[in-house]
Design a protein around this ligand. Structure first.
Ligand code: SF4
Ligand code: SF4
Length: 92
């Protein structure tokens, strides 16, 4: 399981979640990653292989974009694949 970021993050990208994640599993960020990658990404994504389900990011998000997978509304189910695919295609 993991937490996922939904499309509510699109155009917001304020990175409040990045600042509190204890395992740095939210990318791309302007500090940890290539700034160009951050600028080009439509939203941020959570690495499902690294997230420890601490929940710290959820209350930080100003647009309520982050959900525990088990609580994800049906309208956002595609976010599970969207988050996973970002890390499958990304050089580590
Ligand atoms: S639930 Fe915790 S570990 Fe997972 S992305 Fe949010 S802050 Fe990071
Ligand atoms: S806090 Fe919410 S809107 Fe801001 S970058 Fe994280 S998921 Fe996106």
């Amino acid at each position: 399981m993991a937490h996922v970021i939904t499309q509510r993050c699109i155009d917001e990208k304020d990175q409040s979640c990045v600042a509190v994640c204890p395992v740095d599993c939210i990318h791309p960020s302007s500090d940890m990653d290539d700034p160009a990658e951050f600028e080009l990404a439509p939203q941020l994504y959570i690495d499902p292989e690294v997230c420890i389900d601490c929940g710290a990011c959820i209350p930080e998000c100003p647009v309520d974009a982050i959900f525990y997978i088990g609580d994800l509304p049906a309208a956002f189910h595609d976010a599970i694949d969207t988050n996973r695919r970002f890390y499958q295609n990304r050089p580590s």
